[in-house]
Design a binder for this molecule. Structure first.
Ligand code: TMP
Length: 219
């Protein structure tokens, strides 16, 4: 089972994906936790280029191709092998992030992004995508607080430095993607207390795991 987490900066994805991994492991599910960009050794180097605030002049297409390169490496060397071993793969951001950030917010043609994924990636679709939804003002102030108190390095702050209008487009993009595929997405209000968000996510995921088991048993 392949589960992805999406949301704007400061939406709490990283905290919540860790809570979920911990819960699944205590329930004896074999799960791995990974992220994009940077889920592989090569990907970590790509991540450093992508998030470095000094690279503010990066061309939009260069940015798109670097995210795609990170994903090709990730799918082939980690995601696919783990899924074929029957593991639950939890991924902090995936292809929807490219649609939201490079498509909706940067304005790159969505058809180009879709074709790139189709032709280069043997795309593996998530079974479930948790979208943690939040006002960009709230998310950004949380994200900067995390950078100031050392929870995240300032070396990875290129996107936090984007204007509020950029983050508003990302959020609207994510909500539109969720509206297009309601069976795959679950939108969760990330302004709620951390424990409530955790409980909602566990409920959604366990329903999915149960349904998938029943489905597998039937065939
Ligand atoms: P994060 O992993 O700490 O959330 O940082 C990753 C940043 O990269 C975040 O600002 C969103 C951005 N991003 C894209 O613009 N496109 C993508 O395809 C992905 C995976 C992330």
């Amino acid at each position: 089972m392949f589960i992805t987490f999406e949301g704007i900066e400061g939406s709490g994805k990283t905290t919540q994906i860790r809570h979920l991994a911990e819960f699944l492991r205590t329930e004896s599910h074999d799960c791995i936790l990974t992220r994009e960009p940077g889920g592989t050794e090569i990907g970590k180097k790509i991540r450093a280029i992508l998030l470095d605030p000094e690279n503010k002049d990066i061309d939009d297409l260069t940015e798109l191709l670097l995210y795609t390169a990170d994903r090709v490496q990730h799918i082939k060397s980690l995601i696919k092998p783990c899924l074929s071993e029957g593991k639950i793969v939890l991924c902090d951001r995936y292809a929807d992030a490219t649609m939201a950030y490079q498509g909706f917010a940067r304005g790159i043609n969505m058809e180009l992004i879709r074709r790139l994924h189709e032709q280069m990636l043997e795309i593996v679709k998530p079974d479930l995508t948790i979208l943690l939804d939040l006002l960009p003002e709230t998310g950004l102030s949380r994200a900067w607080r995390r950078i100031r108190n050392g929870g995240r390095t300032g070396q990875e702050s290129r996107f936090e430095r984007e204007k509020l209008a950029f983050h508003e487009k990302v959020r609207a993009g994510y909500l539109e993607l969720a509206g297009r595929e309601p069976e795959r997405f679950r939108v969760i209000d990330a302004s709620q207390d951390e424990n409530r968000v955790r409980a909602e996510i566990i409920k959604v995921v366990m329903t999915g795991v149960y349904t998938q088991h029943r489905h597998e048993l039937r065939f």
